[in-house]
Design a protein around this ligand. Structure first.
Ligand SMILES: Cc1cc2nc3c(=O)[nH]c(=O)nc-3n(C[C@H](O)[C@H](O)[C@H](O)COP(=O)(O)O)c2cc1C
Length: 187
């Protein structure tokens, strides 16, 4: 048994169905995030799972390019507070890193359950903060847009191509090395 199926199946899909998700499923996704590792177990992440009528205000924080996300039945707002986490030398602030680990756990569990879970950076963080009452000292890091796959009528042509076209990645050897950093003079 491997997790590669979920890792390969996950795509930044944008066509969503508005059907509400069962409460136990929402709780399971939050539990997946909750069980992620964090530096010194500081758990500097916080999540606001927004569903139902509460989504109306959040939709107003999305730009035209993320109109597709207005149909989602669940948006998990993921925030972190740097001062709650490890802050080590050479710029090693672990709060965003730990939040990323937790969000990926949620995303993979959602994928396993046949859902789309798509983190976005395109929203107004100030408006999200205001709508949800998030304190100033927390960074509104990402909105995870969650739902069943659905019609693509809210997508631009570029977005439609993106979710059906081939995966776009740098070559593995350009980003992953073995045993030591590559010699910059070779290749
Ligand atoms: C932190 C983050 C922010 C993103 N922001 C947006 C966004 O605002 N709108 C959007 O449509 N996709 C957004 N994406 C999706 C990426 O564009 C997508 O993951 C990337 O192109 C790779 O495609 P894939 O996830 O299908 O492999 C974001 C992804 C991440 C991880």
């Amino acid at each position: 048994m491997t997790l590669m199926k979920e890792i390969e199946d996950r795509r930044a899909y944008r066509g969503l169905a508005p059907d509400p998700l069962p409460e136990d499923q929402v709780q399971r996704l939050l539990s997946a995030a909750h069980l992620a590792p964090s530096c010194f177990n500081k758990q500097s992440w916080r999540f606001v799972a927004v569903t139902g009528d509460a989504l109306a205000g959040l939709r107003e924080t999305l730009p035209e390019g993320n109109k597709w996300a207005t149909r989602a039945p669940l948006i998990v707002v993921a925030v972190q507070k740097p001062s709650l986490d490890c802050r080590l030398d050479e710029g090693r602030d672990y709060a965003p890193f730990d939040l990323g680990l937790a969000v990926m756990s949620l995303v993979l569990q959602a994928t396993h359950e046949g859902l789309v879970a798509h983190p976005i950076a395109g929203y107004s963080p100030g408006k999200v903060r205001k709508v949800l009452g998030i304190p100033e000292d927390y960074v509104v890091q990402t909105l995870v847009i969650v739902g069943q796959r659905g019609p693509d009528d809210l997508l631009t042509d570029w977005q439609k191509e993106r979710e059906t076209g081939p995966r776009q990645r740098e070559p593995l050897e350009k980003v992953a090395f073995r045993n030591r950093w590559p010699d910059p003079t070779s290749g």
